[in-house]
Design a protein around this ligand. Structure first.
Ligand SMILES: Nc1ncnc2c1ncn2[C@@H]1O[C@H](COP(=O)(O)OP(=O)(O)O)[C@@H](O)[C@H]1O
Ligand SMILES: CC(C)(COP(=O)(O)O)[C@@H](O)C(=O)NCCC(=O)O
Length: 309
C-alpha cells in the first residue's frame, strides 16, 4: 500500500518489540492456545504473540486514559462518575478477516483485562432483512451503505454509550444469508464493546451522526484485493461444505449442485458486488482508522500502521 504520511509504519518485528510477549507469557499456555486456535486452526500463533498481545496492551492504555478523562469531565460538570463503554470499531473488506480478528481480540482482552466486561457485535445485524432489501431493489447492493439501517445502528450505539441496560443488537447469519427474526445479542453495560463491520468507518451522507462518533479506537484490516478474493472463495467453499445436511441453509442448493458452477457464481458476486463495494465505500475509509493491520499470503500480518495525530 502507498504510505500515508500521518501514520507510523512498523514491520511485525518492530511492532512486537513494543510489548515483548515473553514478559507476559500467560495466554500462551497450552490450554489458552487451544482456546485461541479453536476459532480457526490456521490462525498464526506467532501473530498472536507478536501483534495481538502488544495491540491488546496498547488498547489497555487507551482505555485507562479514556476512563481518566471521563472521570475528569464528570468532576468538571459536577456529575456523579459513571461508566461509559469504550467502543472499538473494526473495519475492512468483506472476507478480509474482521470477525476472526474481533473474536481473537475479544478473547485476549477478556484474558488480559479480567475485571472488565468485553462484548462483541457485528454490524451485519443492521442490514435490512432480505425481504426488505428485495422490496427496495437492493439485493445487488447488499453491503453497500444504503443496505444498512444506519439510523437503527446509531440509535443502538447511543443507548450503549449512554449506559443503558440490556440493549438489543439484531443478529445476522451467514448460513441463512439473512437477519434472523427476533434473535438479538444483548449488550449490557460492557467496559469494552467491539463492533465489527465493513461500515464502522463510513460517513453516510444522510446522517448527522456517524458510527465513528461513538468509537474510541478504530482498526482497519487491509490486504491486496486479489488475496481477499481468494479468502472470500475459500470461505464460500467452507460454507458450502457445511451446508450439505441442512436444506434450510442458504448454501444447500450450491452444495448439492454443480460445484464448478457454484464457484463461478461466487466469483461473479465478488466481482460485481463485494469488490466494487471495497473500492467505492470501504477502502476510502482506511485513512481514518487509528490503526491499519496489513495482511499478506495466508493471513500473515506483515505491516502495522498507527495513526500519529
Ligand atoms: N488470521 C487468520 N488466519 C487464517 N484464516 C483466517 C484468518 N482470518 C480470517 N481467516 C479466514 O478468512 C475468511 C474470512 O474471514 P472472516 O473473519 O469471516 O472475514 P470478515 O469477517 O472480514 O468477512 C474465513 O474463512 C476465515 O476463516
Ligand atoms: C453480509 C455482508 C454484507 C458482510 O460481510 P462480512 O464482512 O461479514 O463478511 C457480506 O457477507 C455479503 O453478504 N455481501 C453481499 C454479496 C455476497 O454474497 O458476498
Amino acid at each position: 500500500m502507498s504510505k500515508p504520511i500521518n501514520y507510523y509504519s512498523f514491520t511485525k518485528a518492530q511492532w512486537s518489540q513494543f510489548y515483548p510477549a515473553k514478559t507476559e507469557s500467560v495466554p500462551l499456555t497450552k490450554k489458552s492456545l487451544k482456546r485461541v486456535k479453536a476459532f480457526n486452526d490456521e490462525i498464526s500463533l506467532k501473530d498472536v504473540r507478536d501483534v495481538y498481545i502488544p495491540l491488546v496492551n496498547l488498547i489497555k492504555l487507551r482505555t485507562q486514559s479514556f476512563n481518566r478523562w471521563q472521570a475528569t469531565r464528570a468532576e468538571f460538570l459536577k456529575q456523579p462518575p459513571r461508566k461509559i463503554p469504550f467502543i472499538i470499531g473494526i473495519s475492512g473488506s468483506v472476507a478480509v478477516g474482521k470477525s476472526t480478528t474481533a473474536r481473537l481480540l475479544e478473547l485476549l482482552l477478556s484474558y488480559f483485562l479480567k475485571d472488565q466486561k468485553i462484548q462483541l457485535i457485528t454490524t451485519d445485524g443492521f442490514l435490512y432483512p432480505t425481504a426488505e432489501l428485495k422490496r427496495r431493489g437492493l439485493m445487488e447492493r447488499k453491503g453497500f451503505p444504503e443496505s444498512y439501517d444506519m439510523a437503527r445502528l446509531i440509535y443502538f450505539l447511543d443507548k450503549v454509550k449512554d449506559g443503558q441496560k440490556d440493549v438489543k443488537a439484531p443478529v445476522y447469519s451467514h448460513d441463512v444469508y439473512d437477519v434472523i427474526p427476533n434473535r438479538y445479542d444483548i449488550i449490557d453495560r460492557p467496559d469494552i464493546l467491539l463492533i465489527e463491520g465493513i461500515n464502522t468507518l463510513q460517513l453516510p451522507s444522510n446522517q448527522q451522526i456517524y458510527v465513528s462518533d461513538y468509537t474510541d479506537f478504530s482498526i482497519y484490516i487491509d490486504a491486496d484485493p486479489k488475496l481477499i478474493e481468494s479468502w472470500y472463495l475459500d470461505r464460500f467453499k467452507k460454507l458450502m461444505d457445511t451446508a450439505f445436511l441442512n436444506p434450510s441453509n442458504y448454501y444447500y442448493e450450491y452444495a448439492i449442485g454443480d460445484r464448478k458452477k457454484a464457484i463461478q457464481m461466487a466469483k461473479k458476486v465478488w466481482r460485481d458486488i463485494d469488490l466494487p463495494n471495497l473500492n467505492d465505500n470501504i477502502l476510502p475509509t482506511r485513512s481514518r482508522a487509528n490503526m491499519i493491520i496489513h495482511k499478506g499470503e495466508n493471513h500473515m500480518i506483515d505491516e502495522l500502521l498507527l495513526r500519529k495525530y
